[in-house]
Design a protein around this ligand. Structure first.
Ligand code: SF4
Length: 320
């Protein structure tokens, strides 16, 4: 009897579509473990009867209902950003086509609110598609695995992001931020303090020290993919992260600006080389509704092989 070779597993468009639709649904409606745990720690910290605790209790209720009903956590869908690591040869064009179709379908179902507007005419496109949305970031790697992380980055918190070109006077603090770690710290704290309740605190803060203007802001936002409880492998930055978070939570801004001890859930800092002539500190501010989820896919079938951000202690893929 002749041996019949098993058919190699193949991807069908519907497998990729189903995988991505599930990713969008969960990202929009079900906050990741680390953010939930941090918000819970904030609730334990705030005084009974305080407006800070009232705000966190309301947020907690919102989170529970959204997850239960697969409904958007916030009315602001946010900027839809896919971060993709893929093996060499993986068809990213097919992925992009599928992701766009999924975004339109998720909007029609109601997983995503219609929230993308033509910047010139002001017209809502109705399906969250248009020039520059969704956004895709690709990086090839040698693993035989596709890693897709989706972030829905709110507009209100995006508005309070900031970029500092050091040295810089910070009149509100009565100080000047110089080109050193103390200056970096002042710039980060200035951005957090200036946001006050705007940006829907407690915030989650991504920072890049260095780079150019564009790369600095991009790297700062990528830090928001890190989990709250991770430890920066760079000791200096690790200390700076902890110090900034500690001081920020003593500023008295609190949840939604109502006062209290929970102003930030964490501060994550990366550095990139800079030119001698410039020294940027770029700050990306994410709100409490920090919607980011991720999946790993089998590159041959595009079936989901694992969910990311299910526990509070995951790490980023190499290369971030
Ligand atoms: S900043 Fe965040 S929580 Fe506030 S409205 Fe925007 S998406 Fe919603």
């Amino acid at each position: 009897m002749s041996e019949i070779a098993a058919s190699p597993a193949t991807s069908t468009p519907s497998t990729l579509h189903a995988s991505l639709l599930d990713l969008v649904r969960r990202t929009s409606s079900d906050l990741p473990a680390d953010i939930r745990i941090s918000l819970q720690k904030g609730r334990e910290k705030e005084d009974r009867g305080s407006r800070a605790l009232l705000a966190l209790d309301t947020i907690d209720c919102n989170i529970g209902i959204a997850a239960e009903e697969s409904a958007p956590i916030c009315q602001d869908t946010g900027m839809i950003k896919f971060y993709v690591h893929h093996p060499v040869g993986y068809d990213t064009l097919a992925l992009e086509d599928a992701a766009k179709a999924v975004v339109a379908e998720a909007t029609a179902i109601g997983y995503l609110r219609q929230n993308s507007v033509d910047s010139i005419t002001g017209k809502n496109t109705g399906n969250n598609l248009g020039p520059g949305t969704p956004l895709f970031h690709y990086q090839a790697w040698r693993k035989n695995q596709v890693d897709i992380r989706l972030m829905l980055k709110g507009g209100g918190c995006e508005n309070v992001g900031a970029q500092y070109s050091l040295p810089m006077d910070l009149p509100e603090l009565g100080k000047k931020a110089g080109r050193d770690l103390e200056g970096v710290k002042l710039a980060i704290l200035h951005a957090i303090w200036k946001a006050q309740g705007k940006g829907c605190a407690p915030g989650y803060i991504g920072v890049c020290v260095g780079g150019d203007r564009a790369s600095g802001l991009e790297v700062a936002k990528e830090q928001l993919l890190r989990v709250v409880g991770d430890t920066n492998p760079d000791d200096t930055l690790s200390v700076l992260e902890q110090e900034c978070a500690r001081i920020a939570n003593g500023l008295g801004v609190g949840p939604m600006g109502f006062g209290g001890d929970t102003t930030v859930l964490g501060v994550k800092i990366a550095s990139r080389n800079r030119l001698p002539a410039s020294f940027f500190v770029s700050v990306s501010y994410a709100c409490w509704a920090h919607r980011r989820r991720g999946v790993t896919l089998d590159p041959a079938t595009n079936a989901i092989t694992g969910w990311l951000y299910e526990t509070a202690d995951e790490t980023l893929p190499e290369g971030h």
